[in-house]
Each structure stands twice: as C-alpha cells, then as structure tokens.
Design a protein around this ligand. Structure first.
Ligand code: PMP
Length: 430
C-alpha cells in the first residue's frame, strides 16, 4: 500500500473508511488488556518459586554469625554485599543492601539532600532558591515523579543513539550551579532500550560541574536483564568517576524486582566509600536494619553471580518471544509506511515507539476505547509533557502471547487511523 501522502483524496477517504471498519470490529471484541506497566508475567514469577522454601527454620545465620532474625547490619549481610557488589562490579565496601525497593533508596537519598544536603553541599538543596535535574527523555516516569514531588525543576535532555546528548549535558552542568543531578538508566534504558556508550560514560564522569555536590543518579535497574547471548557492555561508571578525579559523583542503584519478585526483592545502592559511609549513617537514623531474612533467602536461592545469570536466561527465554512478536507485528503492519519508528532493544522491559508528531495521545486514547490500556502518552517526559506528542512506551512482558498479538494489531491499526485522520484534517477533508 502506498504512503498516506501519496494517496489522492479519494483513495485517502477510502483507506480511512476501511480502517474505521477494522477498528469497529476490534471494539466489538470487547478486549480488556492492560499493558501500561513493565511487570513480569506470572510465568516469570514462577521461576522464583524456590524463594518460598529455600530457608529452613534453623538457617538464620549470616556468614559472619549474625542472627538474621533480629535487628542489625544496617548495610546488609556480608554475603549479600559480596554478591551484589559482583553484579554491579564494585567492592563490598562500596555498597549498601537496602529494603525491597530501589525507588525508595533514590527517593530517600534525594529527600535527604533536600533536607540536609549531601556531604559536599554547602546548603541543603531545599534551602536553595532553585534545584534542577537533567532528565534524559523519554525516560522513567517515576524518576520524574520524585522530582515533581520534591519541587525539583526538570530539564529534558534529548537522547541520541548511544545515550543522552552529551553536548547539551556538558554545557548545562558546567554553567548552572542549581543543576544538582542527572537521572540515567544506562543499560536498556526505560523506555528507549539504549545502552550508554563508553564515550558517554566517560564524558559524564569527567565533565566539569558548577555545583560541587552535583550527582549522577545511575539507575542500573536492567543490568542483568539481557534478551541476547551477546549483551552490549556498559562501562563501570564508579571507576570512570574515580579515574576522572570525581570519585563521589555517582550513586548507583539496582534491585532484584525483575529478577525475583517485584515488591519482595532486594534493592541496593553503591557509590564511593565516602558516599556510602555517609549514607549508612543517614540510613541508621531511619531504620535499625533491613529485612535480612529476605537477603539470606535470596543468597540461598541464587547462590552466586552464575546463579543469577542462569536465572536471567530463564527470564529471557520467556520474554524474547514476546518482544519478537511485538517487533514482528509492528514491522508487518507498519513497516515502510513512514507512520512510526520503534526501538529494537537487546534487553530490559520496554519498546519505545514514536508515532508521527501530534498523534501519540490520540493513539493511546483510541486503543483504550477498544479495550487495550497502554502507558499514558507523555508519561515518559518530565511533567507528562511530550513536546512532540509522539512517544509511546510499550511494555510487552506481562500479557500472554495471544493477547499481545491482538494488542499490537490494534495499536498498529490505531496508529494508521490517527495518522489518516491527521492527513484528512491537513487537507481540509475531515
Ligand atoms: N528503575 C527503573 C528504571 C525501573 O524501570 C523500575 C521498575 N519499573 C524501578 C527502578 C523500580 O525498582 P524497584 O522495584 O527496585 O523500586
């Protein structure tokens, strides 16, 4: 079929009527599907069933003899620190094992900076007239929600093929002392799927910052979530920062939310020893200790890094067909039509799709009216405002394959429908 722009008015009208007809057929099916959030499907959760019975009642001591049933070890049990230090390629002295959520660690760290400042702050951020964060976009809506909640102004930064536009980042960070942070999801970025190149990591580590307490919030949520056997490598940022003479510049976060159980996993934060010692003191004010039984359970279940890697291959075996199905359906229905472009991620949880400018909101509304809920358009940008109204985050992990196929066919149809409507409007034919 020819492209919309190449159709004469008559053909365009006919094409539009056919699309409307197909859409009405979808509506008649009364689908009810929710693809709005990137959560593991039930089959994936089943992979971690062993967590329920891998601890027996007499198995409660950590390697250093501490009793995991009681308070203490505010930074985590040694074997958990050892294992997750390996996952994040840091040393055990550079990591804290937290509770069940890395988002909580991020939120609380920034809240502390607002209330009390970071070790190298002269003034608590909350006492400054303005605090700004750079937000490479499309990005993770919950990062943006933290900023919005704490009154931190967000500056969107464009993504290039290998990470944030570093010319833009360097220029802003060097010039403005109210810019205190940048959000980064450096591996299989949510939602673009990008893994930052070594050059980007090195530039982030080395760039001059006007604020002495500027920090990179390195949310490595998808560090072990590969969909291929030949995953792209990500340069170790902590080391890059040390080498560049900014050892305290970065806080690294991760969790097992999409490895074991979301909401019942283990979250970690890493950084320079001086950042980590400072943070440990702060956390000691907040809690007498984390859930060490859950830490021990995860250690018994995964055993070691190889155990985590083998487990992630089992996740990939479930997820790869879902990602493939989405990509194949988009290609079959939209390939060559010039109406949309989408990412082909090698890992992570999302596919990022761009419609023609001005179409995303209408597309998401149309799919919803036919029973398929997608992530709200705009959610991937600060303040929910996609300047071009074109980005849609697709989360293929939860629905079963058959549902996913229907949802993607509907999405492709809605993209064609909304684009055709837009073309009719442009020609004054609507
Ligand atoms: N960071 C990113 C980039 C995520 O996509 C998610 C989960 N959707 C989280 C953090 C949340 O992690 P947690 O469950 O550890 O709070």
């Amino acid at each position: 079929m020819s492209k919309l722009k190449e159709m004469n008015d008559l053909l365009l009208r006919e094409h539009y009527s056919t699309l409307v007809c197909s859409y009405e057929k979808f509506q008649a099916q009364k689908l009810t599907l929710n693809m709005s959030r990137g959560v593991p499907g039930p089959e994936q959760l089943d992979l971690s069933a062993g967590l329920f019975d891998c601890l027996k009642e007499n198995d409660y001591k950590a390697v250093n003899g501490i009793d995991c049933r009681t308070y203490g070890a505010v930074d985590g049990i040694p074997e958990a620190k050892e294992l997750f230090a390996q996952v994040l390629e840091v040393s055990p002295g550079e990591i804290i094992i937290g509770g069940n959520s890395s988002l909580t660690l991020m939120h609380d760290l920034i809240a502390r900076a607002m209330l009390r400042g970071l070790p190298d702050s002269t003034t608590p951020w909350g006492k400054l007239p303005q605090v700004k964060f750079l937000c490479p976009s499309p990005g993770y809506d919950r990062h943006f929600a933290i900023c919005e909640y704490l009154g931190i102004e967000m500056i969107p930064i464009n993504y290039l093929h290998d990470g944030p536009d570093m010319d833009q980042v360097e220029q802003l960070v060097a010039a403005d002392s109210s810019i205190k942070g940048i959000w980064c999801v450096p591996k299989y970025s949510n939602p673009s799927g990008i893994t930052y190149s070594a050059a980007v990591v090195e530039r982030l580590a080395a760039m001059p910052a006007k604020a002495p307490d500027f920090r990179i919030f390195w949310d490595n949520a998808y560090t072990v979530h590969h969909l291929t056997d030949t995953p792209p490598s990500l340069l170790d940022i902590l080391n890059a920062c040390k080498k560049a003479g900014h050892p305290d510049r970065v806080f690294v976060f991760a969790s097992t939310s999409k490895v074991s159980f979301p909401g019942a996993g283990i979250a970690v934060v890493a950084g320079s020893e001086s950042n980590i010692n400072w943070l440990k003191k702060q956390i000691s004010v907040q809690t007498i200790g984390p859930d060490k039984i859950n830490q021990l359970r995860h250690i018994r279940f995964f055993k070691d890094l190889a155990g985590i890697q083998a487990h992630m291959r089992r996740h990939a075996a479930i997820l790869k067909p879902k990602f493939d199905l989405v990509l194949e359906t988009l290609e079959a229905k939209l390939g060559g039509k010039g109406l949309a472009a989408w990412s082909k991620p090698q890992g992570g949880y999302f596919i990022s799709l761009d419609t023609l400018p001005g179409c995303a909101r209408k597309v998401v509304a149309k799919t919803a009216a036919a029973g398929v809920i997608l992530t709200p358009a705009g959610a991937t940008f600060p303040y929910g405002k996609d300047p071009e109204d074109k980005n849609i985050r697709l989360a293929p992990t939860f629905p079963p394959l058959a549902d996913l196929k229907q949802a993607m066919e509907l999405l492709a149809l809605c993209i064609q429908l909304v684009s055709a409507e837009q073309e009719l409007e442009k020609r004054g034919l609507s």
